[in-house]
Design a protein around this ligand. Sequence first.
Ligand code: AMP
Length: 510
Amino acid sequence: MGKESHQINHRSQIDQTCEMEDQTAAFTDYGLTSDILESLQILGYMEPTRIQQSVIPAVLSGRDVVGRSQTGSGKTAAFGIPLCQLADWSENKPQAIVLEPTRELTVQVKEELYHIGRKKRLKIPDVFGGFPIDKQIQTLKQKSHIVVGTPGRVMDHVRRGSLDLSKIKRVVIDEADLMLDMGFLEEVREILSHIPRERVLLLFSATLGEELHRLIQEYLREPIVIEIDESQEARADIRQELYHTSNEEKYELFLKLLEREDPDSCMIFCGTREMVNVLCRKLRRDGVKCGMIHGEIDQQDRIRTVEGFREGRFPYLIATDVVARGIDFQDLSLVFNYDFPTGRETYVHRIGRTGRNGKSGTAISLFTEEDQHMKEMIERYVGYELPVMTPEENREDTGKYWNTWERNEAFWKRQTDRPVLKERKGAGFQRTITRLSIGGGKKSKMRAVDIVGSICSIPDMTPEDIGAIDVRDSLTYVEILNGKGKKVLDALQGKTIKGKLRKVRETRNI
Ligand code: AMP
């Protein structure tokens, strides 16, 4: 009874639920400035995704939004584009804050926003635990437009006075259900209590349970609710195969199937951290290149592993559901459920990671006697029977049917070949932007105008060719845009800045 009345109350607050329309929309429909449109073009975002078509105009019009959708829908850019568009460059204090449940998501979302706002030269620091707080404090002291962070570290900065929330106009609570599962809701509430009341709040979640409904009711004002329900679409375009096995034979069958499929990139899901460890150890022992992520692995290693997998340094990533949640990997050709999922939505989420962007995908799942019930629940949920593959070979001959499968040389060669690295997202930007380090910083009273002055005195250089300038204690970083980096690097070797010849070098882009 309590639950029902609560939900009815909530509904009455929501004045509009957006129906998804399939008509073609364009980014130029939203009155976005040319710097944002240019960034989207470099990123290769040709047209808005369904969630973007609804969220972008809603946020631009100043409405609160509840978005229910999955990773892979383009959700980050859906809030990222309007946040970047609405950011006032001249304001020094943060105007928007994005809260993320994990460090990986923080890094991923920061990068996406950074790319979208790059032509506008927006500063988007990220803050999360496990990294030296002093460096974050230094960064936060400078101009910051949008801060992305985990609730714990954000609150830490607020308490220390290193993060000023007084100018925040827009707040994003991303992956709210995971935030709730991880026990961050109290910190989220505390952060909200430090933010001015006239703010726009955007909440995104894969599921909306009672507690989140309560949070929405308490904090959001007449939100536009945008739902993209992909579960019922059930991804018929993904080839799904299930294999019945026993715990004793599982690993052997798994390796044989992996060898047979020989995917370019594959995510392998396990039910527990221990299983992730065990599987990774076994695969490495057998000479198979793989990486693993789970909650107990140090976050620096986790971030390095995610990057390595994205770049194609190793083809298989073993993960638990929680830690993999929301992490975006493009072009997965295979999803492997080593352990069968324990929730029906989890099955749909996991397999939805392959076959994106019109590409074909495969999902292979192993299941044992104990998983039979869950298999039936998933079938009822997706509305069709999951295809269980039965081996043609005669088990009596070989004992194990997969023993008759031929050795796949290509698979074993892949394990020893040098990988061909993939281009990182935003590589289009890297090609046109050069980051220079210049000797001299705050200690020698270097200011951004000194840098701009010297660079603009080089023929053919204008302020539009200069990106973000970051003045540190004894070093200054400056981004040179439009492919003019080499020219500036050469010219500054013989040019004084603030009356002195400085050491100028090219440095790594982020
Ligand atoms: P997300 O759901 O935010 O994790 O995004 C999933 C993937 O889609 C990311 O790799 C984005 O870079 C990409 N993406 C977002 N918006 C678009 C778009 N309009 N066109 C093409 N790709 C996009």
